[in-house]
Structures are given as C-alpha cells and as structure tokens.
Design a protein around this ligand. Structure first.
Ligand code: AFP
Length: 326
C-alpha cells in the first residue's frame, strides 16, 4: 500500500509542506494514543475552565491542544497558528512559511461515551509581511488553503487529506506507525437518501431549513418522493467521514436563538477544512448564501451556517434558500 509521503509527492506538494504535514500527524498519533488510553490514563472528564467559545473544556481538549501547539512551535515550519481552544493567535517561528488553524479535538463530548472524535486542521501560506502574532494574516478565504485534513480517532485511526488534488483516505498502521493510503480520490455520490442535522433544534432554524427538512421527513409521501434516513454523531468529524464514505448531506444551520452567532460551527477550524475535503471529493459546501470557501473571515473564531455533502442534495437544499429570497 502507498505511503502518505508518496501520495503527497504525486500530488505535487512542496517538500516543506510535506514535512509540516508529517509533523502535524506525529502530534495526531500521540493524541490517538492518549485517547485510546482513556480512563486508564485519567484523561477523561472535564477541566474547571471554559474555552474562548464559552464551552467547558474536556481534559482531552487541553491535552490535544498542547500537544499540537508544542509540536508545531518546535517544527520551524509555522509562523503562527490559531486554535479553537486559544483565544488569540499563537505566534511561532518568524521564518515559518505556513499558518495552521486547528480544532484539536472535535466532538470532545463524545470522549465520555467512547465514541467518534477527531482533529481537524487547515494550512495556509504565511504572508511575508506578517508579524507572527498578527491575526490579520488569518483573514484569508478558504480558497487560499494549501491543505486540509482530519484525523478520526475511531475503531481505526484514519486520515482524510487534500492538498487540492483530490481527497484521499489513509489508515494508521499501528504496527509501524505510518498512514497508508486506503482509498484514493474519493468521489461522493451526487445523490443521497441520508441526512445529518441536530433535529432537536428544529424550532430555531431559519425558514428554508425548516421547509427542506420537513420535505425529507415527509419521505415517499412528500414532494421528494423517497424515504430518507437520518444519522447524527454529534462530532462533525464523524458525520463528515460518513458523508465522504457513502454520500449524504450534513447541516448545521443558523439558529434564531442567538442572532449574533451565525451557526455553531467555526469557519477556520471546522467549516473551511471540511468544505475543502468535500469539494475535492466532488461535493458542495455552502452557508446557504455563499460557498463556504469564499467567506472572508472577520474574526479567527467566526461561526458560519454549514450545508455540505452530495452535490445534487446540497443544490436542492440551496434552492429552498433561493425561493425564500425570491
Ligand atoms: P464539541 O467539540 O464541543 O463536542 O462540539 C462538536 C461540534 O462543534 C461539531 O463537531 C458537531 O457537529 C456539533 O458540535 C454537535 O453539536 P450538537 O450539540 O448540536 O449535537
């Protein structure tokens, strides 16, 4: 089986980018090990602190964040990083060529039930003019990403990665510690009969999403004339992995409860990298109003509504938004 290195070379990735990706994955392998130790290592449960998003941090959130931060700062490849768990941009090496944004442990509430969790990251070029602690360098739309990936800590530890030449899936071979290519150039089916949304928020969704989901729920008897199935992992990394493996549509729409926060998911740490992976697999990713990867961030912790997955299903959902505007 092909190793990650050869695939990255084949996709034309520059040597320094390959080295950075390998460094990041070394950190993910350590997280994978810590996660697998669970209660034996005393890493489950919450800390007493909250992150910048106002969410109670799990011990594994803090541990994973620290592992990635330390690894990246020592690498020399990174000028600055932003993390879901850090209030401010973290300055690193003034000569570093890259910026990294990451969610160190997505879905961390799933640690309590030994369910799917993962690390999500994206890589951009660092502008030369940038001072390492300057947040304005992170104000780049997702179209500028040079790589995006997630590592899923499940029954197998898996990596989905793109450098803009397709999305490939790798599996961690724990016997020698390398990621081996297990599915090259994933192609999402354009149609699907499976959707993912936290339906308990239904009464708070905007009107187009209410209409779209009610049509899915109506099944064969409704306007879509087919039955749909629903899945919800409560970790975007798990839900998007399923969508990449067999198609589907994943949604986390805007919520009327908090008009200042447009959606729950973070643009830099979740929406952008997942959008790049989905688009490179032939899918689509939108906020309902525009392509996610074209959103220019105004803040490193900005949130956006998310609709992504199989292209024809996303198009149908977006047509509900268009009709409401008309
Ligand atoms: P945590 O990392 O705080 O567990 O949040 C995970 C997440 O941001 C995203 O991965 C899920 O899709 C979403 O939240 C789940 O949110 P619900 O609480 O609505 O299930």
């Amino acid at each position: 089986m092909k190793r990650l290195n050869s695939q990255l070379q084949q996709d034309g990735a520059q040597l320094e980018l390959i080295l950075l990706i390998r460094t990041l994955l070394a950190a993910c392998k350590e997280i994978s090990f810590r996660v697998s130790q669970g209660a034996l290592a005393g890493v489950l449960g919450s800390t007493l602190s909250e992150n910048v998003q106002g969410e109670t941090q799990k011990k594994l959130d803090v541990i994973s964040n620290q592992i990635i931060k330390d690894t990246l700062c020592e690498s020399g490849y990174v000028k600055a990083m932003s993390s879901e768990e850090e209030e401010h941009v973290v300055p690193c090496d003034p000569d570093g060529k890259y910026l990294v944004s990451f969610d160190p442990l997505d879905g961390s509430s799933n640690t309590e039930i030994n369910s799917l969790i993962g690390t999500i990251f994206s890589i951009f070029h660092a502008p030369q003019w940038m001072e390492p602690g300057d947040p304005s360098a992170f104000v780049q739309p997702g179209t500028q990403m040079v790589a995006a990936a997630y590592v899923l800590y499940g029954p197998s530890t898996m990596l989905a990665m793109t450098t803009g030449r397709g999305t490939h899936l790798y599996t961690l071979d724990k016997t020698h510690g390398g990621f081996l290519l297990t599915q090259a150039n994933i192609q999402l089916p354009q149609q699907t009969a499976e959707y993912a949304i936290n339906a308990s928020n239904q009464r708070h969704w905007d009107t187009p999403m209410q209409r779209y989901v009610s049509e899915l729920v109506a099944g064969k008897e409704g306007p879509r004339k087919k039955d749909y199935n629903m899945r919800w992992v409560a970790a975007m990394v798990g839900d998007i992995h399923r969508v990449l493996c067999r198609g589907g549509i994943f949604m986390y729409p805007a919520d009327k409860r908090n008009p200042e926060q447009t959606g729950k998911l973070r643009l830099l740490y979740e929406a952008n990298p997942m959008a790049f992976l989905i688009e490179q697999a032939g899918g689509k990713a939108s906020t309902g109003e525009r392509r996610i990867m074209e959103v220019v961030p105004t803040d490193i912790h900005q949130r956006v509504p998310v609709i992504m997955g199989s292209s024809e299903e996303v198009d149908y959902c977006l047509s509900c938004y268009e009709e409401t505007k008309a």
